[in-house]
Write a protein that binds this ligand. Structure first.
Ligand SMILES: [Zn+2]
Length: 173
């Protein structure tokens, strides 16, 4: 799943590299530079290894092209068409926050499990009860909006009860 950080960088869930087959953390910011487009280009987070591997010098790129290999759409890019830079302090902090997601979720207990399901858009069992992304989102939203007294009550319910209350209150279902 992709995620746009507050600073505008797009990464995959848990702050991973934009290249879909890569499981490493994003470390650098890559932005397409177009002289002809007035559209704002979205900065993407890539790991250093992928940048080395997929962003080629003009010479390398042209060699591949001349070699008859189809370059467009193969995940090979002309490095000079991109701005590649280290993240700013704020961006680095956001990337670190995403990278630590698993720990954060773990530390929050059951609510963290709901957050994990929402972030990864993937149903998972919570204390033996299967919770889908839609219901988990309702739980997270309710948890974060309830006042302290009601939150305490809601947290006292079992998973089935929490899901039922959250879905009923938020979606009337
Ligand atoms: Zn990568």
């Amino acid at each position: 799943m992709e995620k746009t950080l507050p600073s505008g960088i797009k990464v995959r869930s848990k702050g991973r590299c934009w290249y879909s087959l890569c499981d490493r953390s994003a470390e650098q910011v890559v932005t397409f530079q177009s002289e002809h487009s007035t559209r704002k280009q979205v900065p993407l987070g890539y790991c250093s290894d992928c940048i080395e591997q997929w962003f080629l010098s003009d010479e390398e790129y042209e060699q591949r092209e001349a070699g008859g290999r189809n370059v467009l759409g193969t995940g090979i890019y002309r490095r000079s068409w991109y701005e590649i830079r280290e993240p700013s302090e704020v961006e680095a902090a956001e990337l670190a926050y995403e990278r630590d997601a698993e720990e954060r979720w773990k530390a929050e207990g059951r609510v963290g499990k709901y957050r994990r399901i929402v972030e990864l858009h993937q149903a998972a069992k919570v204390d033996g009860f299967l919770v889908d992304a839609w219901t988990a989102a309702a739980c997270v939203k309710l948890h974060d909006t309830l006042n302290e007294a009601n939150r305490k009550k809601w947290l006292g319910l079992d998973v089935r009860g929490q899901c039922h209350v959250a879905a009923t209150l938020l979606f009337g279902k």
